[in-house]
Design a protein. Structure first.
Length: 223
């Protein structure tokens, strides 16, 4: 069953939600993770969902049968989920690749946010899955990095992401909202969007922009 809060979040852009976080004094805005795929039309440039997390880096994988990194996260995720990957080890090795992209696409996953290198970007573009990644690489994970954990806290930019947190991503930024704060952030962001829409209508109707964007606009996030 669709998550009603995620449905509301999907109607908002990252800038409006960032403003809401500022107004509420909350962290969560992450820049520098450009969208690498899934940009064929306006509807596919924004993704929102609950975080399914994965941490990748050098080391030994968890005990159990050998399994390629990312498979567990894909099998846990669905249309109202965004897979969030941390690969901040400094090792240039892909933390997401072409077969994983296809697997996530088949599952209907909303998108992927990776603080680390994306591999097989051309395949991601063909599949049309929205992926936001710190960098691109051709280097395989095999022999370099492993999955260190799934559904564990991960770091993206300066933000800690917990499983179940809300994630919104578009061409402006990636936004992370703690699950407990989501409804409050949504209400605040929706109010900001409504006020800015009224300002846009006034500008379009011929009201001088300096009159519309006066002191009230400058202090909007403090009111």
């Amino acid at each position: 069953m669709p998550d009603p809060l995620i449905q509301r979040l999907r109607q908002l852009d990252a800038c409006a939600v960032s403003d809401a976080l500022d107004k509420l004094g909350l962290p969560g805005a992450v820049t520098g993770l450009p969208q690498r795929s899934g940009m064929s039309d306006a509807a596919s440039t924004r993704v929102a969902g609950r975080a399914v997390t994965m941490k990748v880096g050098p080391g030994q994988p968890p005990p159990g049968p050998p399994r390629h990194l990312g498979c567990a996260a894909i099998e846990l995720a669905g249309p109202d989920d965004v897979i969030v990957v941390e690969q901040r080890s400094g090792v240039e090795a892909g933390c997401w690749g072409g077969l994983l992209t296809l697997g996530a696409k088949v599952r209907g996953v909303a998108g992927v946010v990776a603080d680390g290198p994306l591999r097989d970007v051309d395949e991601a573009i063909v599949h049309g899955l929205p992926i936001f990644a710190r960098s691109l690489t051709c280097r395989t994970a095999r022999g370099r990095v492993v999955e260190l954990g799934t559904q564990v806290p991960v770091q993206v930019g300066d933000v800690i992401v917990h499983p179940g947190d809300a994630v919104l991503a578009d061409r402006s930024a990636v936004i992370v909202i703690a699950a407990a704060e989501l409804e409050r952030v949504l209400e605040t962001a929706e109010s900001i969007v409504a006020r800015e829409a009224a300002m846009a209508r006034a500008i379009a109707a011929g009201t001088p922009i300096g009159q519309v964007m006066g002191g009230a606009y400058e202090h909007m996030l403090k009111n």
